[in-house]
Design a protein around this ligand. Structure first.
Ligand code: PRT
Ligand code: MG
Length: 205
């Protein structure tokens, strides 16, 4: 088995940390030096090449075939869908939920503002419920939005719930259960048998 012709794109942050654990358990050499700023590692016989990128860029990199495989949260795949990408495994780490939260455990009455960095997921959810909402796009510190009067509700990622509690917010509904997924470029998946071997190695730990 040779990985000379395989490249995998991995989301930096939590996903990268979880991927590192999975790699070690699977017995694959891990090239990334956490203290260095290097973001590209050429493939070698014993391990795929690695590209470390922003989470939201992973579907693009895999969809365009710059990377054959990718590791990213389901939340990102739902928010930034790409028709050239296949989900090929649930890697069962980085578990979290996309939730609707607010200052009271009460579904919004009438039209309301929703602060989120998951506009597509939130809009789809409220469309299904036929509830009119105005999206307030934010890229971080969502928990502040209700406190400062920007929007009474947020749609955000929750794991332990500590961050919500610290800001006196409560979960009203779970919109999506997420975990890290292995994705593949659809046409490369059909033509490169090594990709299924990488999946097998990552799932056999
Ligand atoms: O820059 P950007 O924030 O987009 O990404 P990043 O590089 O900072 O990545 P990172 O480390 O934030 O990881 C993002 C991915 O990890 C998400 O796409 C999810 O798939 C997954 N994940 C799992 C999480 C969490 N758990 C999580 N808890 N992403 C974010 N959080 C946040 C949460 O929103 C809260 O602010 O962590 C904080 C702590 O959560 P609590 O509930 O444990 O307090
Ligand atoms: Mg982050």
């Amino acid at each position: 088995m040779s990985f000379n012709n395989v490249t995998i794109a991995i989301a930096k942050g939590r996903i990268l940390e979880g991927a590192q654990n999975l790699w070690r358990k699977s017995g694959l050499p891990w090239p990334v030096d956490n203290d260095s700023r290097q973001l590209w590692f050429a493939p070698q016989k014993e391990r795929p090449g690695m590209l470390i990128a922003r989470a939201r860029d992973i579907p693009t990199l895999v969809g365009m075939g710059i990377a054959d495989l990718g590791i990213v949260g389901l939340d990102i795949l739902e928010e930034y869908p790409n028709t050239h990408v296949l989900q090929v495994a649930d890697l069962s780490f980085a578990h979290c939920r996309v939730v609707l939260a607010g200052q009271k455990n009460q579904w919004p009455e009438g039209p309301t503002r929703i602060a989120t960095k998951y506009q597509r997921i939130a809009q789809t959810y409220f469309s299904v419920h036929r509830h009119p909402v105005e999206m307030v796009p934010l890229s971080g510190s969502l928990e502040l939005a209700p406190v400062i009067g920007l929007a009474p509700y947020i749609v955000d990622i929750v794991d332990t719930g500590n961050t919500l509690r610290q800001h006196h917010l409560t979960e009203i509904a779970t919109i999506l259960e997420s975990s890290a997924r292995l994705i593949a470029n659809a046409s490369h998946w059909r033509t490169k048998p090594e990709l299924a071997q990488v999946r097998q190695v990552l799932q056999s730990e």
